[in-house]
Design a protein around this ligand. Structure first.
Ligand code: G3P
Length: 215
């Protein structure tokens, strides 16, 4: 399972990269705004800064909602750095844009996916990644991980190459359940990745080993 970090915070990206388990980064306009990155030039530079920290794929989201706009924006984003993956919303023109970028060999991440039907469309359009938002489904009392199970099953039946990128992950149990479901990628906040480290028996056991080592 690949680990991506879901943030535009450079310090957090560096910390995850230093841990040695990071495979990529996802961002979205809300995450960029949270870091106070404003204006087209600053936003584009920030994507390049992220690419220079990590070795894997970096998702950069278009803000156009029409096909022509998404193509122009996506081509520009893709030209910034070879690690850029163009993030496209699951809307009608988005499906057409996924097909276009797929035919051009440009990687895509289909975002804002909340149903198996949407995931099926993304795969048929040739998306590199599909991003089901599991935390936001949990928020409305639907089991988000169940959607990951459903999509993984469908993709396996038809041998779709689109990778299931579990997004909107809120805690470490989400990561574990997505791993059990066979998600190809989990994009997580840094805190959820670091929480995987924790177990009280590890702390107790280490304290005892260190104490015994002094005897
Ligand atoms: O990057 C998309 C997704 O991970 C957003 O998560 O926490 O805003 O639902 P969240």
């Amino acid at each position: 399972m690949k680990f991506f970090i879901d943030t535009a915070n450079l310090d957090q990206i560096k910390e995850a990269q230093d841990l040695g388990v990071l495979d990529g980064v996802t961002t979205n306009p809300s995450l960029m705004a949270k870091e106070g990155i404003k204006g087209e030039a600053n936003i584009l530079k920030h994507y390049v800064d992220i690419c220079n920290i990590v070795t894997g794929d970096v998702s950069a989201e278009v803000i156009s909602t029409d096909l022509k706009g998404m193509i122009a924006e996506g081509e520009h984003l893709a030209s910034l750095h070879k690690q850029i993956v163009v993030k496209i919303p699951m809307i009608k023109d988005g499906v057409k844009a996924l097909k276009y970028f797929s035919s051009k060999g440009i990687k895509t991440n289909c975002t804002l996916v909340f149903s198996a039907g949407q995931a099926l469309l993304a795969a048929k359009a040739g998306a590199t990644y599909v991003s089901p938002f599991i935390g936001r489904l949990d928020d409305i009392s639907y089991d988000g991980v169940e959607l990951i199970n459903q999509i993984v099953h469908i993709y396996r039946v038809y041998d779709y190459k689109t990778q299931v990128l579990a997004a909107s992950i809120r805690h470490s149990m989400h990561i574990i359940r997505c791993a059990e479901a066979g998600a190809d990628v989990a994009t997580c906040p840094l805190s959820a990745i670091l929480d995987l480290l924790k177990h009280p028996l590890t702390d107790i056991g280490l304290a005892k080993f260190l104490a015994d080592a002094k005897k």
